[in-house]
Structure formats: structure tokens, C-alpha cells
Design a protein around this ligand. Structure first.
Ligand SMILES: C[S@@+](CC[C@H](N)C(=O)[O-])C[C@H]1O[C@@H](n2cnc3c(N)ncnc32)[C@H](O)[C@@H]1O
Length: 205
């Protein structure tokens, strides 16, 4: 979803809002340098596992209700998606405690991150900003994107649609704000396809 090249994977990366996903575990194992932040990292491993187990049955049920909002060409269906997500979460959980000790997982929330200016080459933020447009307001979007630009030389955000698959109401104002701040802004098509309409990422910095 971020068109990461081998060159990108060799950069220092911040994963913002990474949640219980396996990106950090997999990239770190491959020798990459990545720090993930998420408010859920204030919890210990067992508490996160419990939250995953509680939330898990609701996800396939919700996806079944909105089945036609997604492209199922690469996945057999809701059950296969659930299996793949649980696999990713297990990779995360197996890596979490060791990674937390070395600072690869840090409890923090946008719009205030505990890092110095340009601490990272690249910040990635997936399935939080723009997707939750109805829940995260315009000020929070603006402050969050500027904060990501403060801590990283380049920022990539995906997707740019909300939960209904419509282009986020916050995207236009954020593009204007970034341009006013003298930053380059590009909407770049990505390879990943799952939610209908989620075909682009925002690249800035
Ligand atoms: C739908 S999950 C996405 C997880 C992962 N990035 C992915 O694409 O699979 C959204 C994540 O955003 C995190 N989140 C919520 N509020 C946040 C905030 N203010 N700053 C950073 N992350 C936040 C949640 O805890 C959750 O893990």
C-alpha cells in the first residue's frame, strides 16, 4: 500500500498507528530500522491479545455486511482475510515484548509524537487518518499531518477514502495546508487493492 522499494526499506521508518500488525516484526527481522507508535502500546501483550480476541469475531461480521465495498479478487473471502489478519497479529504479539524493550513499539498518539524534528527518513500511516474522517475532526487531521512532517523527511498516508469509500472530506483542506506550508504534495496510485476506491496514497514532506 506504500509502494515500498528496497531503498525505502533501508531507510529509518516510523509506522504511525501500526496497531497489532506485523510490519515492524517483519521489517525488523529483515534488518530494517522501524519504530511503531500506537496508543494501544500502553497495554501489555496479554491485554492486547484479549482485545484482539474480543474484537476478532466482529470484523468478519462487519465485512460480510459491507462485502461489496471490497475487492475479493486476491482473497478467497471473509474467512481467508480473518485467517491472514490473525497470522499477522500473532507475528506482532510474538515480537511485541522484545520490541517494546528496545523502543521499537512506543505508546504515543497523534497529534503529538515524542520524537525530535526529522528523526525518521520516512513516516507511514495506514488506515487511521482520512479513513476515520467521520470520527477524527479537521483540526486533528491538520495537526497530525503536520506532526508527521515534523518528525520525518517524507510522509506517506493511505488510504485517502473514508469508511464509505468516498474521498475524505479532509483531503482537500490538508493538501491546501501542506502547499501553504511550502511542502510538496502528491497523490500517488498504489498497487494494493482491497477497499473499493482506496487506490492512492498521499506523499508529502
Ligand atoms: C484500523 S487500525 C490500522 C492498523 C494498521 N496501521 C493497519 O493498517 O493495519 C487504526 C490504528 O490507529 C490507532 N490510533 C487511534 N488513534 C490514534 C492516534 N491518535 N494516533 C495514532 N494512532 C492512533 C489505533 O489504535 C489502531 O491501532
Amino acid at each position: 500500500m506504500f509502494l515500498l522499494t528496497d531503498k525505502d526499506r533501508a531507510r529509518t521508518i516510523l509506522g504511525c498507528g501500526d496497531g497489532p500488525a506485523s510490519f515492524n516484526a517483519e521489517l525488523s527481522r529483515a534488518g530494517g530500522s522501524v519504530v511503531s507508535v500506537d496508543p494501544i502500546y500502553r497495554f501489555g501483550k496479554e491485554k492486547i491479545r484479549q482485545r484482539i480476541v474480543e474484537a476478532y469475531p466482529q470484523v468478519p461480521a462487519q465485512l460480510s455486511l459491507n462485502f461489496s465495498d471490497y475487492l475479493w479478487t486476491k482473497l478467497g473471502g471473509v474467512e481467508e482475510l480473518g485467517r491472514l489478519r490473525m497470522q499477522a497479529m500473532e507475528l506482532f504479539l510474538a515480537d511485541y515484548e522484545a520490541g517494546k524493550k528496545t523502543g521499537r513499539y512506543q505508546a504515543a498518539s497523534l497529534p503529538a509524537l515524542p520524537f525530535t524534528d526529522k528523526a525518521f527518513d520516512l513516516a507511514l500511516c495506514s488506515h487511521y487518518l482520512f479513513l476515520y474522517s467521520a470520527h477524527v475532526g479537521p483540526e486533528q487531521h491538520a495537526a497530525s499531518v503536520l506532526e508527521l512532517c515534523r518528525v520525518a523527511r517524507e510522509v506517506r498516508i493511505y488510504p485517502l477514502v473514508d469508511l464509505d469509500g468516498r474521498r475524505s472530506r479532509h483531503l482537500g483542506p490538508i493538501q491546501a495546508l501542506l502547499k501553504e506550508s511550502g511542502k510538496e504534495v502528491m497523490l500517488v496510485p498504489v498497487d494494493y487493492r482491497f477497499q473499493k476506491g482506496a487506490t492512492e496514497m498521499l506523499v508529502t514532506g
